[in-house]
Design a binder for this molecule. Structure first.
Ligand code: AMP
Length: 477
């Protein structure tokens, strides 16, 4: 088996790697590092979780160890699709370069230009950036890319999804033709292939796993869930999520809960909190400092549940996530692979569970087609749970008759239905049906009875089916 010391890395880098606790290189590291150190272009086809960050950071640090940074002319450039991923690469860089004097700057949105300008003015060895922010700096005349010797493009398939390919092409053209390029993507879409054919020179191709393969160390499952009533789907789904979490007990040390929409991310996080689960949301509408705080808390184990959207969670590296819950079935099948890849990283075991409602069945079928295996069906834990275990169970209790319509209910609604915190119920849920409105209007009329007309709205034996004419007063108005 290859050892880190066989790869040709600088001893200072080897010491940092050993301090990080890595014993053996991962396949992408063993494959890419020796070529990168020889100055070759590398095309790495690898997902997050395979150790790809170190596969480009470690040789970069070794290669840059000689030489010095010049003002406004970074010597290397790492492009990442999201702020979080860029920040994560920067953190990795700090770990691996701790025994060197190399400097870095992180150019991402949400951080003041002034601070970033000051760093660049002084000169940095490594510039880690998102494409948009890098171009902003360039256009302000604060940055020259003509000194870039090594350029890394990380998660190119994500760049493609997010529409960054034209920016990437522009940036490639601003760097010297002689630069070395290390290019990483989980998939090789035709557009990505075109870019690599244009900008990479005879690259060494290292492929560690098919994009559509889901890690063998991740146990997967899906609950095919149909709500008792359509208008209860949202609250019952949240109850099911809680039941799935509870079912995992202490094995669920922490988890990322994926939702398809930002609004849903917020609702699920709030709902979990309300039920005493330690959760926080992360999505693109939250400001950068808040996103960073949440992520840090999650990484440090101070936050147990991270509710996330796909974009926010892209490339997130939290080494020890025990579980991933797909609260929604992702609408792009590849996102499933990315989502569940947050668990079971670096050879650890992980578990991924998904809730599939009838509406999602087509997307779910696409996922099974992509991963080329059947995802095991799980029992719905609520079907077997004691009635008081969840809200759903409460909801399922038979309703008291006569006065039990949603309008006349005197008991507080189950927490999950209280509108101040949860999503508004669909219109269909609150708008009474024609017959219901007749009932409630007749009831409200008749409830004036006791004080007004001496009649009670209760007609013994009629239950909820009191015909309106029986309640009608025959006295002239
Ligand atoms: P990445 O694919 O770069 O996001 O890395 C996934 C995780 O694997 C990170 O938490 C790294 O710290 C960890 N890692 C990277 N290389 C190794 C290695 N050789 N041995 C153990 N863990 C590693």
């Amino acid at each position: 088996m290859t050892k880190f010391s066989d790869l040709g890395l600088d001893p200072k880098v080897l010491a940092a790697v050993s301090d990080a606790g890595y014993e053996t290189p991962t396949p992408i590291q063993a494959g890419a590092i020796p070529h990168a150190l020889r100055g070759r272009d590398v095309l790495g086809i690898a997902q997050t979780g395979t150790g790809k960050t170190a596969s480009f950071t470690l040789p970069m640090i070794t290669l840059l160890a000689k030489g010095r940074a010049r003002a406004r002319m970074p010597r290397s450039l790492v492009l990442c699709p999201t702020r979080e991923l860029a920040a994560q690469v920067a953190e990795n860089f700090d770990i691996y370069a701790k025994n060197t004097k190399l400097t870095k700057a992180l150019l991402i949105g949400g951080v003041s230009f002034k601070e970033q300008d000051a760093l660049i003015d002084r000169g940095v060895d490594v510039l880690i950036a998102t494409p948009g922010r890098l171009l902003d700096h360039f256009e302000r005349g604060k940055l020259l890319l003509t000194g870039v010797q090594i350029m890394v493009v990380d998660e190119a398939d994500r760049m493609l999804d997010m529409g960054f390919i034209p920016d990437i092409e522009r940036i490639f053209q601003m760097t010297p033709f002689t630069r070395q390029t290390l290019f990483f993507s989980a998939t090789m879409a035709p557009e990505i292939e075109r870019i690599t054919n244009t900008f990479l020179s005879n690259p060494e191709k290292i492929e560690v796993a098919r994009a559509a393969t889901t890690g063998e160390n991740i146990e997967q499952g899906v609950v095919m869930f149909k709500a008792s009533r359509k208008d209860k789907q949202a609250s019952e789904k949240r109850a099911l999520l809680r039941a799935l979490i509870d079912g995992e007990g202490e094995a669920c040390t922490n988890a990322i809960i994926f939702c398809n929409r930002k609004t849903e991310v917020d609702i699920v996080a709030k709902s979990l909190n309300k039920y005493g689960y330690d959760a926080a949301p992360i999505h693109g509408d939250l400001d950068q400092s808040q996103r960073m705080r949440t992520l840090d808390a999650f990484r440090e184990g101070k936050l147990r549940f991270l509710c996330a959207s796909d974009v926010a969670a892209r490339g997130l590296d939290v080494p020890a996530v025990s579980h991933v819950f797909n609260y929604d079935v992702p609408s792009h099948a590849e996102d499933y692979v990315h989502r569940i890849g947050r668990t079971g990283r670096a050879g650890r075991k992980g578990k991924a569970m998904m809730i599939c409602v009838p509406h999602d069945e087509k997307n779910f079928a696409d996922i099974e087609n992509l991963v080329k295996k059947e995802i095991p069906r799980l029992e719905n834990p609520l079907k077997t749970a004691a009635p008081k275990a969840t809200d759903t169970a409460k909801d399922e209790q038979p309703k008291p008759k006569a006065k039990s319509s949603s309008r006349s209910r005197s008991k507080p609604a189950p927490k999950d239905e209280q509108p101040q915190v949860e999503a508004p119920q669909p219109v269909a849920a609150t708008a009474p049906s024609a017959s219901e409105s007749t009932k409630s209007s007749s009831r409200s009329k008749s409830s004036r009875g006791r004080s007004g007309r001496g009649r009670d709205d209760q007609v013994v034996g009629m239950g909820d089916h009191v015909p309106a004419f029986i309640l009608r007063s025959f006295k002239p108005a």
